[in-house]
Design a protein around this ligand. Structure first.
Ligand code: HEM
Length: 222
């Protein structure tokens, strides 16, 4: 007899892992727009940052165009991230088990999952990345606006712009590092990338890494 998934109607084979929904299509599109913006911002920002990296402006059609579109991509990133923030801020609120998880970081790295507390949709590391990204994006947009002479020259003075350049560059370096950690973690924890590409994870993945979340899902749907 052939078995079918109740929701998707796809054929289910014996031994197929159970799939759990983690992200809607809209949330994934929102995420990948944000990701694309950050990559474009990093490339165009680095191109303008140092003469050695000026060759990167070729990717955008020259120095002038790079300087013109960089702030606009920043605006798109800001609003796109705002969409992610509105979706996920609640799931990223700090819980008591997050402190314990963080204190056992060595076990996290060594893969001793049995020694870790059960965590909700996100673990303490993901939450730290989320709040860091949120803070850095606010710092980047604010310092960016101070430097955006095309529209805001009349509202700022040179001293403010000098500080803004420094703050903007420092925040950009930090967010690139945070982004590398985010991507590395997504690749390191096998089965995570599928959450953001297909919107689903396996039941085993959820049980292993986010058991509290899985239990909440099951009790909500039963
Ligand atoms: C190519 C780059 C990226 C990859 C491969 C990637 C991958 C992923 C994956 C796999 C998840 C799901 C994690 C899970 O459900 O446990 C995720 C979640 C998320 N990503 Fe990314 N990401 C990238 C870039 C970005 C960027 C640039 C941002 C923001 C500036 C971002 C913000 C988020 C947020 C807010 C979440 C939800 C997790 C949370 O709220 O803590 N991602 N990403």
């Amino acid at each position: 007899m052939t078995a079918y998934d109740v929701e998707s109607g796809d054929q289910v084979h014996p031994g197929d892992p159970v799939k759990v929904d983690r992200y809607t299509g809209v949330a994934r599109i929102n995420h990948w727009i944000t990701a694309a913006c950050l990559i474009l911002l990093a490339l165009s920002g680095l191109a303008l940052f140092h003469p050695w990296l000026f060759f990167l402006t070729d990717l955008f059609g020259g120095g002038q165009i790079t300087g013109m579109i960089h702030p606009w991509i920043g605006v798109v990133l800001f609003f796109s991230f705002l969409g992610l923030f509105i979706r996920f801020w609640r799931a990223n609120l700090w819980k008591r088990e997050d402190g314990t998880w963080l204190a056992r970081l060595q076990d996290v790295i060594a893969g001793h999952e049995e020694r870790l507390p059960e965590v909700g949709k996100y673990n303490a590391g993901q939450k730290a990345v989320f709040w860091l990204m949120s803070t850095l994006i606010i710092v980047l947009i604010c310092s960016g606006l101070v430097m955006w002479d095309q529209y805001f020259a009349a509202y700022t003075v040179i001293e403010q712009k000098r500080i803004a350049v420094l703050v903007h560059a420092a925040a950009a370096v930090v967010i690139i590092c945070v982004w590398i950690v985010h991507v590395y973690a997504a690749i390191w924890v096998r089965g995570t990338i599928g959450a953001m590409t297909r919107g689903q994870v396996t039941g085993g993945w959820a049980w292993r890494h986010h058991r509290k979340w899985l239990k909440e899902l099951v009790s909500r749907n039963s």
